[in-house]
Design a protein around this ligand. Structure first.
Ligand code: MIC
Ligand code: SF4
Length: 754
């Protein structure tokens, strides 16, 4: 039986009437996205003709998921909320804190020792507050959610940007910061700006080498890393229906890489098959009873341009496999052009490692198709040229692929299997020699490939591709090799070509698992005591941030003017820093160390205006803080792209940065800044970015009359005595202005006035 079946029954019982009344109100057919959103309005939220990209709307998500690296901060905040138990079904998944080094068994044992304090903390908080707990080794959050919790037509939030993966099972699933999760677990409404809608019509059918991953690699190339901002992407068409449920998950997963709020697909037979195969016949049967509500109204897909803000059409029969990268997931190159592009750009063409797995691509289908290529190494007398590493997505997948002999086949090509966890995808990869910073190329089936992300080496060129392409290219060891057309010379000196991959959507013998790694919480957790040692360097209880002082801000220093891409990985790096995710003061020592200083093009080297010397960003900021001087951070486009980690907002807040002024923000990061009581501002005139100088002192005016829709004024006083007045926009609504005034949203929950 599925988890939380009563909750699912309730959602489906109420859905038809809620959708009917929404349809009457807007007086036109509804997209799937609108149906799910309108059927999850918070009880205090009046149904209305919400304006896309404008209206803030209060929702009641059905569930919350958190992974270990973000759950620490989410739960530290929840502990302050004064609630005895979570208000909606919630889960914690231990997947981010396990370093890939020697192989699954060793690595898991090591992580269990190294991060014992954190896992114990998460386990006992979960136990106390009624949260389901998935132990280290159980699997990657989004794979485990898809296998156990996602359901068509449901709405969930999760403290990880790839929460959107659950769109593969027809959900509206959205990545958020821990403070948002805290609100929903505390029983409060969750606010979202009514999204714009992008429709993607998939015609034709995938075949041969092309995989679901190629759909999203192509879409990323079209929309770029910010093209999906404030939008939900809804996929439909015969191509969507013919695709597996887990394939749909892959596509939705990487919607995070185009900045989309989320992506989703209508309920179809592939979802029903998946629900049944994962032991949820009950959910499939229930979904069948409300089938027509779990997809858009017929008119919508017949005439999509009338209902979506933008429509993209992709013919799967003509789609080529793509390889995206390096350094950004939207640099899309079709495989037939890769050789030419790689040579023209002087990318290192020798592939040293191929990596399979991550939450994006670790389904049974993915692995079985990769295996069909790995098998050809022996049958065609080849030798795998690159190293090949695998992170299965869950223990259920791992157990099943072991039973079905897939791990043996991988073993024959010298593959190493790591723990069912994120591992190299989030820099938890103890890669031998990476500290030498040699130029090298890797190819993986993950979703992100920002500089330094996998192994900390800025000179690792990481490319993203489907599991099939990753496997074939790792065997060939060459980025200029096109497995669709090119031949390889085998051990006997013969020219051989790969047969196209094939595999099973679902295991013919069913999924199997011995110990899934799940731990259910105590029925009554009131007796559970949570200990956080005051001397711990991994965990630190939170102190409330100070409320706004009630006046305009003056004589702030410019901390850094960041140049170019500044993702959450640049603002609060993962990898070695993941271990401090539960300790705000310690993790603040990584604040913005990856951002490039506009004035000297260096990372982690900014001018301390008090001493005139250059030092690391956190050190300079701590120097300002010790003198009671605030500062501001200036940034470029899509600032804060990538992760949901709220540390990227809490660190500057903790260290005394007062405002972040950028050309544009990524959605989750902007909300995280607001939630923590920071000023998140954008240039009215983007060219003003150029006016900001290294020695600037800044005043911010307009705070005493801070109100929705009114811009603020910033005065930049330059060291030569001149000054520039700049207008800054903001998107704060009345409630968010209250967060700012209170010094953060949590202070309002704490005070019990929300
Ligand atoms: C990621 O893929 O970058 C992460 C690590 O899963 C993050 C969450 C985090 O930083 O903890 C995400 O995508 O939200
Ligand atoms: Fe983990 Fe990578 Fe997925 Fe993030 S993207 S949840 S780090 S596997």
């Amino acid at each position: 039986m599925a988890f939380d079946i009563e909750m699912i029954k309730k959602v489906y019982a109420e859905m038809p009437s809620k959708i009917d009344s929404a349809r009457k109100l807007v007086n036109r057919p509804l997209t799937l996205t609108e149906k799910i959103l309108y059927s999850h309005l918070h009880t205090d939220q009046k149904q209305d003709q919400f304006e896309r990209a404008k209206s803030y709307v209060d929702f009641s998500p059905d569930r919350v998921a958190m992974q270990d690296a973000t759950a620490q901060m989410a739960l530290l905040q929840f502990m302050q909320s004064g609630r005895p138990k979570v208000a909606v079904p919630s889960t914690v998944h231990c997947d981010h804190l396990i370093t890939a080094k020697n192989g699954a068994n060793d690595d898991l044992a090591f992580a269990n020792k190294e991060s014992k304090e954190v896992f114990d903390f998460l386990g006992s908080v979960s136990n106390k507050y009624g949260i389901g707990f998935w132990k280290p080794g159980a699997g990657i959050i989004h794979q485990v959610v898809l296998e156990n919790y996602a359901f068509p037509g449901g709405m969930m939030i999760g403290t990880d940007s790839h929460t959107v993966n659950a769109g593969g099972l027809g959900m509206i699933a959205i990545g958020v910061g821990g403070a948002d999760a805290c609100d929903v677990m505390a029983g409060l409404a969750w606010e979202l700006k009514m999204p714009k809608l992008i429709g993607v019509k998939l015609t034709g059918k995938l075949s041969g080498w092309t995989a679901p991953k190629d759909v999203i690699l192509k879409v990323a190339g079209i929309l770029t890393v910010k093209g999906g901002t404030d939008a939900v992407v809804e996929y439909f068409g015969e191509g969507a229906i013919s695709m597996s449920c887990t394939g749909k998950g892959t596509i939705c997963n990487m919607g995070a890489e185009i900045g989309a709020t989320t992506s989703t697909f209508g309920y179809d037979d592939s979802m029903s098959r998946y629900l049944k195969a994962t032991g949820r016949e009950d959910v499939a049967a229930l979904a069948d009873t409300v089938k027509e509500h779990l997809t858009a109204d017929v008119e919508v897909y017949l005439n999509p341009s009338k209902y979506f803000d933008q429509v993209i059409e992709i013919n799967l029969s003509e789609l080529e496999p793509h390889v995206n990268g390096p350094f950004t997931p939207d640099l899309a190159t079709p495989i037939s052009k890769l050789k030419e592009v790689a040579l023209a750009n002087a990318w290192p063409t020798k592939i040293s490692v191929g990596l399979l797995g991550s939450c994006t691509n670790s389904s049974y289908e993915d692995i079985s198709r990769a295996v069909s290529l790995a098998k050809q190494v022996s049958s065609k007398h080849l030798k795998a040229k690159a190293e090949y590493l695998i992170n299965p997505g869950s223990e259920q997948i791992r157990y099943t692929i072991e039973r079905d002999g897939f791990l043996d086949i991988f073993d024959q090509i010298g593959a190493k299997v790591f723990t069912n966890a994120c591992g190299p995808c989030i820099g938890m990869w103890d890669r031998m020699g990476s500290e030498k910073h040699e130029k090298n190329t890797i190819i993986h089936s993950f979703n992100r490939n920002f500089a330094k992300r996998a192994d900390g080496n800025p000179n690792t060129y990481a490319f993203v591709a489907s599991p099939e392409i990753v496997t074939a290219m790792a065997i060939a060891g060459d980025l200029t090799f096109n497995p669709l057309t090119d031949f390889l010379t085998n051990e006997k000196g013969e020219q051989v070509k790969f047969d196209a991959p094939n595999g099973d959507e679902l295991p013919t013998r069913g999924f199997e698992v011995k110990d899934s790694g799940f731990q259910s919480p105590a029925a009554d957790g009131s007796h559970v005591v949570i200990n956080v040692s005051p001397t711990s360097d991994r965990l630190q209880l939170l102190d409330p941030f100070a409320a706004w002082e009630g006046n305009d801000l003056s004589d702030l220093k410019l901390l850094i003017k960041a140049k170019g891409k500044c993702t959450t990985d640049h603002i609060s790096m993962a990898g070695p820093w993941l271990k401090f995710r539960g300790h705000l003061d310690n993790i603040s020592n990584n604040m913005l160390i990856g951002a490039v200083n506009f004035f000297n093009e260096k990372t982690d080297t900014v001018k301390n205006q008090l001493s005139g010397s250059y030092d690391s960003v956190p050190k300079v900021q701590r120097a300002y803080k010790s003198q009671g001087i605030g500062s501001i951070v200036v940034g470029d486009e899509n600032y804060g792209e990538g992760s949901s980690r709220e540390h990227a907002a809490m660190e500057p807040r903790h260290l005394g940065v007062r405002a972040v002024l950028v050309k544009s923000f990524a959605r989750i990061h902007e909300t995280n800044l607001k939630k923590q009581g920071m000023l998140a501002l954008t240039f009215v005139n983007k060219a003003d970015y150029e006016k900001i100088q290294e020695n600037d002192s800044i005043n911010i005016f307009g705070l005493t009359t801070f109100s929705p829709g009114t811009s603020l004024t910033l005065l930049f006083k330059h060291s030569d005595g001149t000054q520039d007045e700049i207008k800054a926009n903001h998107t704060y609504n009345a409630q968010q202005i209250d967060w700012f005034k209170a010094g953060g949203a949590l202070n309002i929950i704490r005070a019990g006035v929300k």
